[in-house]
Design a protein around this ligand. Structure first.
Ligand code: PMP
Length: 396
């Protein structure tokens, strides 16, 4: 029965969404009708894709499609079971071996999403004896993992090494300390100062977990992410298959002991159906292609530099981004939504972030550049953004 109390709860969100829908500026959940390449289609209309995690442009690669189809014919669309029971195939085991090899660690474990990888790993490793220490801007899946943790949670100010050290010092006597951060911050595109964070976790005896969802594929000589960018291997690296690797699913790489423990303790692993084998086959092929086609990483960085310098030349504020994740500050929510809608009609898809996802007055576009974009796509995207911003007085 839906009581008044429930109705009020639903209205607390739905009223604002209703207003957005009525005003015609609700731009979420557009029906895409093609793969997320440099260009895609919304309702069969072509758009330049300026928001997708397909960083290396691997989605739709013929070799990946072939691998997925072959696995589909062999294993079917799903195993209908959890990994510990009937949900493991040879492909799952091979993928875990390849992931560990890629990351230079002893072992790896896959989950059915990146979100679950954070939830399962953090909640399993942070028992009542653990102090869990996390950056205030970490991804929601990390924050939700911390909520599930039994230990006490301490949040430090974004990227403040002083605050992190203060928390570590204050909890020096805790039996276990666990620090978890994003390698690349998904809203601002900055890289975490992992060299300093690692120095502190080593000094204070804390386990370090880094979420490399955005860094894998293009940071570090082997594309291992922000850890490799700084020349270090965190105790636990978490990553996702839903961005550079063009599929869906998540993983952690770590020592044999940690992985063995998680396999038999992380609820999100033990009590969740396994990834479908065709998805696993696609990710395995993507891992291979990532190494075999290094031009993709070069093209990604070339596009990133071209796009960022184009925006800065026009006068946009890109908020210190140094990666292919590039925020473009717009200001108020309504302008961002209007612009987003108009840009879609102009043939450019870029997702907007408004309050409460970002602070009031800091509405922005969250652009992501990919290797699938041509230089012309990048230039057109800059020009379209510039025109829209001038129409709305965001740029002079
Ligand atoms: N961590 C970060 C930093 C992310 O950006 C995301 C996804 N946006 C996730 C974890 C969750 O990964 P997935 O979407 O594969 O579940």
């Amino acid at each position: 029965m839906i009581t008044d109390e429930y109705a009020r709860t639903f209205a607390s969100v739905n009223d604002r969404i209703g207003q957005l829908r009525e005003s015609g500026f609700y731009t979420f959940e557009q029906p895409f009708t093609a793969a997320p390449g440099g260009r895609s289609e919304i309702d069969s209309r072509e758009v330049i894709m300026l928001t997708s995690g397909n960083y290396l442009g691997l989605v739709g690669h013929p070799e990946i499609n072939k691998a997925v189809k072959e696995a589909l014919d062999t294993y079917g669309s799903g195993a209908c079971g959890a990994r510990l029971n009937n949900g493991t195939t040879r492909l799952h085991l091979e993928l875990e071996e390849r992931l560990a090899e890629w990351m230079g660690t002893e072992a790896a474990l896959t989950y059915s999403s990146g979100y679950l990888a954070n939830l399962g790993t953090i909640s399993a490793l942070c028992d009542a004896d653990t102090v869990v220490i996390t950056d205030q801007f970490n991804h929601m899946s990390i924050l939700d993992g911390c909520r599930l943790a039994e230990g006490s949670v301490k949040i430090f100010a974004h990227n403040s090494m002083e605050k992190l050290e203060y928390v570590l010092q204050r909890n020096a006597d805790a039996a276990k300390k666990f620090v978890v951060v994003d390698g690349v911050y998904s809203m601002d595109g900055e890289i975490a100062p992992l060299d300093e964070i690692h120095r502190l976790t080593e000094r204070y005896g804390a386990l370090l977990m880094v979420d490399e969802a955005h860094g894998t594929g293009f940071l570090g000589a082997n594309g291992r992410g922000a850890g490799e960018h700084f020349g270090l291997v965190p105790d636990i690296t978490m990553g996702t298959f839903s961005k550079t690797l063009g599929g869906v699913g998540g993983f952690v790489t770590a020592s044999h002991d940690i992985v063995e423990f998680l396999r038999h303790s992380a609820h999100a692993y033990m009590f969740n159906a396994s990834l479908p084998a065709p998805t696993v086959a696609g990710v395995l092929k993507a891992l291979e292609l990532m190494r075999r086609e290094p031009w993709r990483t070069e093209k990604l960085w070339e596009n990133t530099m071209r796009f960022r310098s184009g925006l800065i030349r026009l006068g946009f504020e890109v908020m210190g981004s140094v990666t292919p994740v590039i925020p473009i500050l717009i200001g108020d929510d309504e302008t961002a939504l209007r612009m987003s809608k108009e840009l879609m009609a102009d043939g450019l898809y870029v997702s907007g972030a408004i309050y409460p996802a970002v602070p009031k007055g800091k509405a922005r576009f969250r652009a992501t550049v990919t290797a699938a974009m041509t230089s012309e796509d990048v230039d057109s995207a800059v020009a379209l953004l510039g025109d829209a911003a001038r129409r709305h007085n965001v740029l002079a």
